[in-house]
Write a protein that binds this ligand. Structure first.
Ligand SMILES: *[C@@H]1O[C@H](CO)[C@@H](O)[C@H](O)[C@H]1NC(C)=O
Length: 181
């Protein structure tokens, strides 16, 4: 049958399978890519203070609250390939306390859309989120590690999350500050 309808149907089905296979190839082309190994990131904490204040979300106990500022130099250009739609970045602090072998606190995040500048140069950037400890584990803590993680949001495919291998460690002071930071 050589009707207009059957020809249209054949063209439509063919177009659809071409698009589907292109999308699949686009997704597969970046599945094994280790974006975290390709970017360069340097973080340095420039201010580190700790207060002991009432945490109303924890029944008014007095817990440690950290205040840090940081410099971030990052070149995320290699994370933008043909399949990258946007990049979600977040910075996490990792540390050990008497109560917990591992504490992780997300302190800051940032989204880079395709087409926006892919190099970041931040100076004395404040954190976006509170750095609460669930006890008194920040004062005099001598190994707090900052890492940057990437979540690559692709046009097609998986949403890989990975952490950049370069890390920065710092110590909190031995004394609480009492005036406003
Ligand atoms: C600091 O902590 C990190 C993990 O959070 C660990 O890899 C590193 O070995 C520690 N450094 C020291 C000097 O304990």
């Amino acid at each position: 049958m050589n009707t207009l309808l059957s020809r249209t149907n054949a063209i439509f089905a063919f177009t659809l399978s071409v698009l589907a296979s292109l999308t699949l190839m686009c997704a597969l082309s970046t599945t094994l890519k280790e974006y975290n190994q390709l970017v360069s990131v340097k973080i340095v904490a420039t201010k580190k203070l700790v207060k002991n204040v009432a945490d109303y979300s924890a029944g008014r106990e007095r817990n440690d609250l950290g205040f840090i500022s940081f410099n971030l130099d990052a070149d995320l250009t290699p994370a933008f390939d043909w399949n990258t739609k946007q990049l979600f970045l977040y910075m996490t602090a990792h540390y050990k306390t008497r109560n917990n072998a591992l504490n992780q606190v997300v302190l800051w995040d940032h989204i880079i859309q395709r087409g926006e500048p892919t190099k970041l140069q931040l100076r004395n950037q404040h954190t976006k989120y509170y750095f609460w400890d669930d006890g008194n584990g920040l004062k005099a803590n001598d190994n707090v590690t900052l890492t940057l993680s990437l979540n690559v949001i692709p046009n097609a495919g998986l949403l890989p999350i990975s952490t950049v291998p370069s890390i920065h460690s710092f110590s909190f002071p031995n004394e609480y500050i009492t005036k406003n930071a």
